[in-house]
Design a protein around this ligand. Structure first.
Ligand SMILES: Nc1ncnc2c1ncn2[C@@H]1O[C@H](COP(=O)(O)OP(=O)(O)OP(=O)(O)O)[C@@H](O)[C@H]1O
Length: 599
């Protein structure tokens, strides 16, 4: 689980361009561009059809109505009905054209995000809160799909409709047209002001959704701690505070929307009112026909929705731009580098074991100037040997083991597997050579068999039962209702700590790896089970080069030799008995006594 939240970044309007953020979606939209353009064209035709209606009205008023021609009136009414039906059908076709491809765009972006998250280094996951990642994969992608379905098309459609509408208005009477044009300049200024303010609150709201998701996720995953320590109230307070913050931000968004909506409604209405007064005067003076005035006002009213909706469409576009920005923040993070140079069939035939050469390591997020966790570690685990790694808490044992499967990269030095530098190996090959089991065993929502066989490609039932028996797990698995097919709950929480640890160990040994890295794999077992696992593990370790983090003498006794890690360096290497004699620190660590550290 992530240890800290990525600081909420608020983008100031100057720092990002809405258009540039949205343009980054182009590679995903490209494959469906034909459908989108067709849909936009259909929507433009449908929208412009609505502008024909006032012209039919003009013809009706100045023609059949003035002349009392009943047949002409019926004909005009039928014409209007047909126009209305065609407009409705065309909008339906547009909807049908975009629905399926846009669901595909959203699914494709989500799949890319998931794939990318799997390939990002552990250091990235250490830094980012999981809720922030979840909200990017859900809410943000939904906002992007909504943008592609509506604002993207309708900003274009409404823009064209407004231009055509104004052309029709000017063709009918240019003085009245000028009156309707008057609010355009203030509306453009107010829209850009709105956009700047809305960008900031949108970013804040979407980041707060991520923070809230993190709190909910942590409360659900940590429900045992929450209940065990009676922390309902403090968790509920943390949730309420964040929910309150989000509510405030959403209200700020609503206020801005209400404001722009009012502006976009009021200014055109004022202009239409002024045009009505002026037009009526012109009709009274005989300078304008009644039909032209009716057509003019009907056109102006037909333009109401395209103009009014601009504020709302801009708001949705802003949210989508923020969502795209948040999405690409993750997608732009560099993936784990693979082999610097692909070794042609470099199989490391010569068995020379595992070498750590002058390894220095700093965590990327460690405070500047802090000493390295590992400082010039030189260690050799001979082929087929089991080396126990012992050291005080926080001495860097887990960190050193994590470097072998390249979960972290050393700041300096190199690691060799059978003489081959691991940075020159494709990761896939490295991870097929090295198996790991960590102290905190993670299981997935899958069957026990699937969880164990995750440790090898194409493992058989035989491999599974062998691994379960090495980990002394066959008895408890056999007692489960469906044996190895039993589904374990999320994170394996339906099993005991010791049971989970044994399954994680089975997963590590199932593929008979050449190199095995075990981080205190027996810590949750009772002494009897531990003895049985150790006996079976000894058999496995005979053919394997293994590095085992150990805290207890019983685990150390599995090993041929022991390395003592102290102050980021290897302080001593030897057999258990040699170190007991020669190193006071080792003797103290193994004694389990609680008095002062001898260092
Ligand atoms: N992701 C991280 N970012 C920054 N520092 C870290 C991170 N993980 C561990 N550390 C620090 O690195 C040091 C070594 O940690 P490590 O987990 O390797 O110790 P350890 O010897 O395995 O301890 P233990 O026996 O308690 O498991 C500790 O001081 C720890 O605080």
């Amino acid at each position: 689980m992530p240890t800290e939240h990525v600081p909420t970044k608020e983008s100031s309007p100057g720092r990002r361009s809405t258009v540039r953020a949205l343009l980054r979606l182009w590679p995903y939209v490209r494959p469906v561009r034909a459908r989108l353009f067709t849909a936009a064209f259909v929507a433009i035709v449908a929208s412009c059809l609505s502008l024909v209606i006032p012209l039919v009205l003009k013809w009706l008023v100045d023609g059949p109505v003035t002349a009392g021609d009943r047949a002409g009136v019926w004909f005009g009414a039928l014409y209007l009905l047909l126009l209305g039906i065609t407009e409705a059908v065309l909008f339906g076709v547009r909807r049908w054209l975009v629905a399926r491809p846009l669901a595909g765009v959203e699914a494709g972006m989500r799949a890319d995000l998931y794939r990318h998250l799997q390939r990002l280094p552990i250091a990235f996951h250490d830094r980012w809160a999981s809720g922030q990642l979840l909200s990017r994969g859900t809410t943000d992608l939904m906002l992007i799909r909504l943008f592609l379905a509506f604002p993207l098309t309708f900003l274009l459609v409404n823009g064209v409709t407004i231009l055509v509408g104004y052309a029709v208005l000017f063709a009918q009477d240019w003085t009245l047209g000028l009156v309707l044009l008057a609010p355009v300049a203030p509306m453009v200024i107010l829209c850009s002001l709105f956009e700047r303010k809305y960008t900031v609150v949108t970013r804040r709201a979407q980041d707060q959704v991520g923070d809230l998701t993190t709190v909910v996720e942590e409360s659900v995953l940590g429900i045992r701690i929450v209940k065990g320590f009676g922390r309902h109230r403090s968790q509920a307070d943390a949730f309420r505070n964040l929910a309150e913050l989000l509510r405030g931000t959403e209200l700020a968004k609503a206020r801005l929307l209400a404001w722009i909506w009012a502006v976009m409604t009021l200014l055109p209405e004022l202009a239409v009112g002024a045009a009505l007064v002026l037009g009526t005067v012109q009709v009274a003076d005989g300078q304008l026909s009644a039909g032209t005035l009716v057509a003019f006002l009907a056109t102006a009213l037909a333009l109401r929705w395209p103009v009014e909706s601009i504020g709302f469409l801009l708001a949705m576009s802003q949210e989508a731009a923020t969502a795209a920005e948040r999405y690409f923040e993750v997608m732009d993070e560099p993936e784990e580098e693979d082999a610097l140079r692909e070794e042609a069939g470099g199989t490391g035939e010569r068995s020379t074991g595992l070498h750590f050469e002058n390894i220095t390591f700093h965590y990327p997020d460690a405070p500047p100037g802090s000493p390295p966790v590992l400082d010039g570690v030189d260690l050799h685990v001979r082929p087929g040997e089991t080396l126990a790694l012992v050291g005080g808490t926080g001495s860097g044992k887990t960190t050193l083991t994590a470097l072998v499967p390249r979960l972290h990269e050393p700041s300096a030095g190199r690691i060799l597997l059978d003489g081959e530098d691991i940075t020159l190996m494709p990761r896939e090959r490295l991870r097929s050579l090295v198996s790991v089991a960590f102290e905190e065993p993670t299981l997935f929502s899958a069957s026990i068999g699937e969880n164990v066989l995750m440790g090898t490609a194409g493992g058989t039932d035989e491999d599974l039962s062998r691994a379960l028996s090495v980990a002394q797990a066959q008895d408890f698995v056999g007692r489960l209702p469906e044996g190895a097919d039993t589904q374990v709950g999320e994170q394996g929480l339906s099993l005991s700590g010791g049971q989970r640890q044994r399954l994680a160990l089975a997963r590590a040994v199932v593929g008979r790896p050449r190199f095995l890295v075990l981080d205190d794999p027996l810590s949750a077992l009772d002494v009897h089970t531990e003895a049985k696992v150790e006996a079976a593990l000894r058999e496995v370790l005979r053919d394997t080069t293994a590095l085992v983090v150990a805290h207890r003498p019983s685990t150390v006794l599995l090993a041929d030799r022991v390395a003592l890690l102290s102050g980021g360096r290897v302080a001593a290497v030897g057999t258990h008995h040699e170190l007991l004699r020669e190193s006071a620190e080792y003797a103290w660590l193994m004694s389990g006594e609680r008095h002062e550290d001898p260092r």
